[in-house]
Ligand binder design. Structure first.
Ligand code: SAM
Length: 345
């Protein structure tokens, strides 16, 4: 994706057409996930016909056959045809990431992308023109309250947040040696997924998840673990006090808010932590020249349609941190979706 569209596109725009179809490819995977195709194939001891899958999942045979064929086309499923009958089976990748049961399942991420992000991106043209009208017609500080009014929406959002750390959590927790920080507070830590990775990597540190009350209650009800390595504390990091800590983790927080709110929050952390204390920002970082990675560029557009923030290159974060007084800013690119930036007071 990073290369320029080649001259050969002038003869026939293969790549452009592939990009146009990107939303269809996404929706094929999302729909199969929501219908339970991958769960059914994972459970089945043998490959299944389209008729069988359609009957089990209460869909039309014709529709299911086309969906399964498209999934074979994008190499998410496999097919074998015997005596004119096609039998479909999952690939290892589908079993690991797309079926519900596996420890690495991205099912919750897919449901949120399909049901919330996908319709929101319909607003992209409009958002680009009118940045004062934000998602749901609400200012960003009210977006979370609006999402959290329905337990169903809140659970979907928390499921999405949780999924990312299945993939990137360990890399983020170990991007720097954080063992010198005895008390770690993950501000806006949501389900505690990243905080648990921190607790695993630094077993002698105490790790607290700090979030809004409804989130803390829902996290404890739906995402807590036996002998949980993290503790939860509720509060509002903008309007209230934050608990004292040696290290504050801010994962996907700074990218969501306008700069003045970020500065206000970071100043509060600077004033609360002692010299030697630090902040760890976790974000999808743009290249310094903003020419990639494409994932970060797309996430930045996502912040336009969903909140009032943006993704930044390393210098963008360094400048905000330095304005507050944080120094020794270190950047670690993990090579995955999310990167880490550490700074100390
Ligand atoms: N850090 C988590 C992660 O990366 O998975 C969640 C990031 S999510 C984009 C933002 C989080 O900040 C949500 O869990 C939300 O409830 C929390 N949040 C938003 N406003 C907050 C506030 N004023 N005080 C405390 N938490 C807040």
């Amino acid at each position: 994706m990073a290369e320029h569209l080649s001259q050969s596109e002038l003869d026939y725009p293969f790549k452009l057409l592939e990009y146009f179809n990107g939303f269809r490819v996404s929706k094929v995977i999302f729909s199969a996930c929501e219908l339970g195709v991958f769960d059914l194939l994972l459970k089945s001891p043998e490959p299944l016909s389209a008729q069988h899958v359609a009957r089990e999942l209460s869909t039309s045979v014709d529709g299911m056959e086309r969906l399964l064929d498209a999934l074979v086309g994008i190499e998410v499923l496999e097919v074998e045809t015997t005596d004119g009958t096609a039998a479909y089976s999952s690939t290892d990748v589908a079993n690991l990431y797309l079926a519900k049961g596996s420890g690495k399942s991205l099912h919750d991420m897919i449901v949120y992308q399909s049901q919330t992000i996908y319709p929101l991106w319909n607003n992209l043209t409009w958002e680009g023109k009118n940045q004062n009208q934000k998602t749901f017609g609400l200012p960003p500080e009210d977006v979370f309250r609006a999402v959290y009014r329905s337990e169903e929406e809140m659970l979907k959002f928390m499921g999405l947040m949780n999924s990312s750390w299945i993939l990137d959590g360990h890399d983020i927790a170990t991007a720097f040696n954080l063992s010198c920080f005895q008390t770690i507070v993950d501000l806006g830590g949501c389900t505690g997924a990243l905080a648990r990775e921190m607790a695993k990597a630094y077993p002698s540190s105490s790790v607290t998840v700090f979030d809004l009350l409804p989130v803390v209650e829902t996290a404890q009800k739906h995402f807590s673990q036996e002998n949980d390595a993290v503790v939860f504390q509720s509060g509002d990091f903008f309007s209230g006090e934050v608990p004292p800590a040696d290290l504050y983790v801010l994962a996907r927080i700074i990218h969501a808010w306008p700069e003045e709110k970020c500065l206000m929050l970071l100043k509060k952390l600077y004033d609360t932590c002692k010299p030697g204390g630090g902040v760890l920002l976790v974000e999808a970082m743009l290249f310094e020249n903003r020419r990639g990675p494409v994932t970060a560029q797309l996430f930045s557009l996502n912040m336009l349609v969903q909140m009032e923030g943006r993704e930044r290159p390393p210098s963008g974060y360094t400048s905000i941190l330095n304005k507050i007084g944080f120094c020794n800013v270190q950047v670690c690119r993990t090579g995955k979706s999310y990167d880490a930036i550490l700074a100390v007071r």
